[in-house]
Write a protein that binds this ligand. Structure first.
Ligand code: GDP
Ligand code: ZN
Length: 475
């Protein structure tokens, strides 16, 4: 369809169901393009349109047979004051499949109205971008908002959709434009006495400060990306300590096979969880031990890979089988996890089996004594689950940050790639600057171009298909 989109004239009119699909109370169909006016006129059977952006109750008719299809609300959004910037119309219909398909057919599927065609995924937003209604980061934020499954994801996406990230990058771009103007003035007029040496050192200072600012934006621990895609956590530990039971307890459904036979979890089971508004993608792994069975060996090696790539590890040990001394516990954990493992929460499971109540361990966990945050847990009785959830929530908040605090986070690898290139160009400026001012200026232009690619002000064509591919039809 990308091919078709490129060749399609921008003058045509598109339509799509914008509400969810399937049976629902209200279905929203919208159109965008110059044919919206005529579509609304023929569907309502009236030449006059309702006042702009005001809901009006109308009978919707098949324009060819005049048969009533529904009675619903219609809205007229004349461009440019519409989402796409073009003339748009919305029909709020009863959500029954026959109503929706009848109106869709009337709109053009069966050639009812000339010039109208079904929209491609993301085509409304793509048109809005073309008309300068939003930049690429805002479009991406909108896509994320539609996909957001947890509160924290929603907050981050909404912020980005409202243009905060785009404005940050735009501000950096303007800073560069200004620095460049000063540098060019210096190059052109440095013979005159009017332009002082001072101008040059000001440009240097500006570029240096910007390099630092972008650098620290880049080094935020991928918090925005983690929040967007979900923190990937693995449950790791020796066989039979209750890893699969823990996964089941956390998702309250039997997603992983729980069994008393050591080495049953041979593949990797993954579930998406919402912990205090933060997204967690949790996977169960085969028990970490020296396996002899080739199938199990494969499982163990996958478990080790997962462990290395994870953002968080839930290390599970049998509470009855670990030393009661917190210090010795650290060592037991060290033998389980590879060096430089991701952040970890220690789960001491089967607390119900502890002889004499396990007072020392319990105290140590409550005090936060062992190296990683730890909790006693019983998957059998549910004891300790609240403590574990609290530890998880704290870790997730640390990894993802507060999406509303401070400046907006970097959310996509697409952005970090361009920002990396931008910082590299600024670093080259530093070196070039002493040798050749013309080349130094070229570095600043290059840096600015990389920023422009993020927002779509420069050469967006090649990324549009990728960005809008994941949008739904009707957005
Ligand atoms: P995995 O191999 O680490 O995934 O361990 P499983 O989750 O398959 O559990 C192994 C065995 O330990 C099963 O028989 C579970 O019923 C049992 N088990 C798991 N958690 C607990 C617990 O908290 N208390 C007790 N008493 N048994 C448990
Ligand atoms: Zn298991």
């Amino acid at each position: 369809w990308a091919q078709r989109l490129c060749s399609a004239a921008w003058g045509d009119t598109i339509f799509a169901v914008s509400s969810g699909h399937g049976r629902c109370g209200v279905a929203v169909i919208r159109t965008s393009g110059p044919g919206s006016r005529g579509a609304l006129q023929s569907l309502t059977g009236r030449p006059e349109l309702p006042p702009p952006r005001v809901l009006a109750l109308r009978r919707i008719r098949d324009p060819t047979t005049a048969e009533p299809l529904d009675r619903g609300l219609v809205v007229w959004f004349p461009g440019p004051q519409s989402f796409t910037g073009e003339d748009c119309a919305e029909l709020h219909l009863h959500g029954g499949p026959a109503v929706v398909s009848g109106v869709l057919r009337a709109l053009g599927l069966a050639g009812g109205l000339p010039g109208l065609r079904p929209a491609e995924p993301g085509e409304f937003t793509r048109r809005a971008f073309r008309r300068g209604k939003l930049d690429l980061t805002a479009a991406e934020g909108l896509g994320d908002l539609i996909r957001a499954e947890t509160e924290a994801q929603r907050r981050q996406a909404l912020r980005q959709m409202e243009g905060e990230l785009g404005r940050l990058y735009q501000r950096w771009s303007e800073t560069l434009t200004q620095a460049l103007a000063h540098l060019e003035a210096y190059i052109d007029f440095s013979e005159d006495d009017n332009v002082e040496e001072e101008v040059l050192s000001q440009v240097d200072a500006t570029v240096w400060a910007l390099e630092q600012e972008i650098g620290s934006h880049l080094q935020d621990g991928r918090r925005g990306e983690l929040l967007r895609g979900g923190v990937r956590a693995v449950i790791a530990g020796p066989p039979n300590v209750g890893k699969s039971s823990l996964l089941n307890l956390l998702c309250q459904r039997p997603a992983a096979i729980v069994s008393p036979v050591a080495g049953t979890t041979r593949d990797v089971v993954e579930v998406a969880l919402n912990i205090s508004g933060y997204p967690l993608v949790l996977s169960d792994t085969a028990g970490l031990r020296d396996a002899t069975d080739p199938v199990e060996q494969e499982g163990v090696s996958r478990a080790r890979d997962r462990l290395r790539q994870a953002d968080l590890v839930l290390a599970v040990l049998d509470a009855a089988a670990v030393p009661a001394e917190p210090a010795a516990l650290g060592a037991a954990l060290g033998s389980l996890l590879p060096p430089a493992a991701p952040p970890c929460i220690l789960v001491l499971n089967k607390a119900d089996l502890l002889q004499g109540g396990g007072g020392t361990l319990r105290d140590a966990c409550a005090r936060g004594d062992p190296l990683p945050p730890a909790t006693l847990l019983s998957c059998r009785t549910g004891e300790g689950l609240d403590h574990l959830l609290a530890l998880l929530a704290r870790q997730l908040a640390q990894l993802c940050g507060d999406p509303l605090a401070g400046s907006p986070s970097l959310t996509q690898s697409r952005h970090s790639l361009h920002l990396g290139d931008c910082v590299a160009a600024l670093a080259r400026y530093d070196r070039e600057r002493r040798r050749d001012l013309g080349l130094a200026a070229e570095r600043l232009r290059l840096a600015r171009r990389h920023l422009g690619r993020i927002t779509g002000h420069v050469g967006a064509e090649d990324v549009l298909d990728i960005i809008f591919r994941d949008f739904c039809v009707g957005k």
